[in-house]
Design a protein around this ligand. Structure first.
Ligand code: G1P
Ligand code: ZN
Length: 543
């Protein structure tokens, strides 16, 4: 084996964010950029030599080139075997599944999730550990530390591997195994859900539309919904992964999944619509002319979990990220199980899941999943909804209204201000911080501030502390405003403002959330001076 040791110099910007290292494709294409980060990752791991690694991505531009580089570096660094998804395709949840099932030491996922792809788009690299979940902060910090002092990396000189043909080949000593991207994941889904019942639903009068947004879930959705569960051909749209996601923004929300929204809000709309993101870990659920807020979706799955075979014996607990609405807390209370509040980002759920303290987790950002893997899982959520609907024989809207009737409704909305100049965004957050000590007791119309802080989290399992996880202003009536800056953007800063208000009275459950939250929105503006400081009249995305 011809191992080359290449001299390099550190890049100063390789600090992983909320979900791995994300940069413009052009940044990753700089000589040594990807190599430095991958070598820093290997250098921060222990005892990986001779072990198995899982590798794949969401199919975006530069996926194939990056896989060839990583395979040659893995061989040079002594990895024993790499399981790589066919054609370089492995969704984030499927990677987590394969890592767990094969007892791999970890995995590398090439994705910038819901960020646009293509030569001018984004690329990303994420390292997952042996439990199948995102590397915790101590690992990402170690990678970053190595990236700041790196002087060389190792790579094998070898021809490219054929990524399209299933089977084994070798780079030097290392085995490269090209695996079917879907098989293991589909089997896991079949073990959790009542496929027979869902099959009956999908082959009756019920109609669904799944939008894979030209991203990674296409092959999974075709195989599971159409081939395995018998939904008519055409149920899955935009089901072929494209390097630039067809020019779209593969984020399943009301703005970017507009094609699906148009179908579900048209006359004669199907009963059920769903979309997933670039790497398949997010989901959006729609009923006929009805949007399910992701925080509500988490609550509904938790409340109905025992209808689903994989969760028949009940839930140990629920976890949600801090900005996610407290709808799930109400379900947990009723079930008599704990509800944990963690910082934003899936990595914070890992310890709770590993310790079996929670079964289901979710984030307001269209992410839900359970202890079956250690990532959020878009198609899992879709199957979970279908299983519940098949059992209850209700429409999505009826199910949601029944839920609110039982638990009350948490009106909720998130405002995103994307592409704000970083200095302006930092000033806004600094100003908010300065006000924190003075807000308690202050009245805004009928609302009075009960607490204001910057969220800190102490992990109940390993005691690690994460500070500065978002500014919270809570009112005595239970309503909340949360402000934080995104940790996943690649251009300027993104300000996120989260608004929540609880309504117990069923006669008031039919409002438009924007109407119900209008005065909170005005308070957010008053306190944070969003328009003046961002220079933006309105948010770029409202969820
Ligand atoms: C966003 C979401 C967060 C999610 C992350 C990765 O992070 O808000 O919930 O875990 O993407 O998908 P943010 O950009 O807010 O840091
Ligand atoms: Zn994603």
């Amino acid at each position: 084996m011809n191992i080359e040791t290449v001299a390099t110099q550190p890049f100063s910007d390789q600090k992983p964010g909320t979900s791995g290292l994300r940069k413009r494709v052009t940044v990753f294409q700089q000589p040594h950029y990807l190599e430095n980060f991958i070598q820093s990752t290997f250098d921060s791991l222990e005892n990986y030599q001779g072990q198995t690694l899982v590798l794949g991505g969401d199919g975006r531009y530069y996926n194939r080139q990056a896989i060839q580089i990583i395979l040659k570096m893995a061989a040079a660094n002594g990895v024993g075997r790499v399981k790589v998804g066919q054609s370089g395709i492995l969704s984030t949840p499927a990677t987590s599944c394969v890592i767990r099932q094969t007892g791999a030491i970890g995995g590398i996922i090439l994705s910038a999730s819901h960020n646009p792809g293509g030569p001018d788009g984004d690329f990303g690299v994420k390292y997952n550990i042996s439990n199948g979940g995102p590397a915790p902060e101590k690992v990402t910090e170690a990678i970053f530390a190595h990236s700041k002092t790196i002087e060389q990396y190792k790579i094998v000189t070898a021809p490219d591997v054929d990524l399209d043909t299933l089977g084994e080949s070798r780079i030097g000593e290392m085995v490269v195994e090209v695996i079917n991207s879907v098989t293991d994941y589909a089997k896991l889904m079949e073990s959790l859900f009542d496929f027979e019942q869902i099959h009956q639903l999908l082959t009756g009068s019920f109609r669904m539309c799944m939008d894979s947004m030209h991203a990674v879930t296409g092959p999974y959705a075709h195989a599971i919904f159409e081939q395995r569960l018998g939904a008519p051909a055409g149920t899955v749209q935009n089901g072929t992964p494209l390097e630039d996601f067809g020019g779209g923004h593969p984020d399943p929300n009301l703005v970017y999944a507009h094609d699906l929204v148009a179908i579900l809000f048209a006359e004669n709309a199907p009963d059920f619509g769903a979309a997933s993101d670039g790497d398949g870990d997010r989901n959006m659920i729609l009923g006929r002319k009805f949007f399910v807020n992701p925080s509500d979706s988490l609550a509904v799955l938790a409340a109905n979990a025992t209808l689903v075979p994989g969760y028949r014996s009940g839930l140990k607990g629920i976890a949600r990220s801090m900005p996610t609405s407290q709808a799930a807390d109400r379900v947990a209370e009723k079930l008599g199980i704990p509800c944990f509040e963690t910082p934003t980002g899936w990595k914070f759920f890992g310890n709770l899941l590993d310790a079996d303290r929670v079964t289901i987790c979710g984030e307001e950002s269209f992410g839900t999943s359970s202890n079956h893997i250690r990532e959020k899982d878009g198609l899992w959520a879709v199957l979970f909804w279908l299983n519940i609907l098949a059992v209850k024989q209700q429409s999505v809207e009826e199910l949601m209204h029944d839920h609110w009737q039982t638990y009350g409704r948490n009106y909720y909305s998130r405002y995103d201000y994307e592409g704000v100049e970083s200095d302006r965004a930092n000033t806004l957050m600094t100003n908010l911080h300065a006000q924190l000590p003075t807000l308690k007791g202050r009245k805004f119309g009928v609302r009075e501030v009960e607490y204001s802080d910057d969220f800190s989290y102490t992990d109940p399992i390993d005691g690690s502390v994460s500070n500065n996880q978002g500014v919270r202003i809570g009112f005595t009536d239970g309503s909340r405003i949360v402000f934080r800056l995104s940790g996943t953007g690649t251009q300027g800063a993104t300000l996120r403002v989260y608004l929540e208000q609880y309504e117990a009275d069923p006669t008031k459950h039919h409002l438009d959330p924007q109407e119900a939250l209008a005065d909170l929105i005005a308070i957010a503006e008053q306190v944070a001076q969003i328009r003046t400081l961002t220079g933006m009249e309105k948010p770029t995305v409202i969820t």
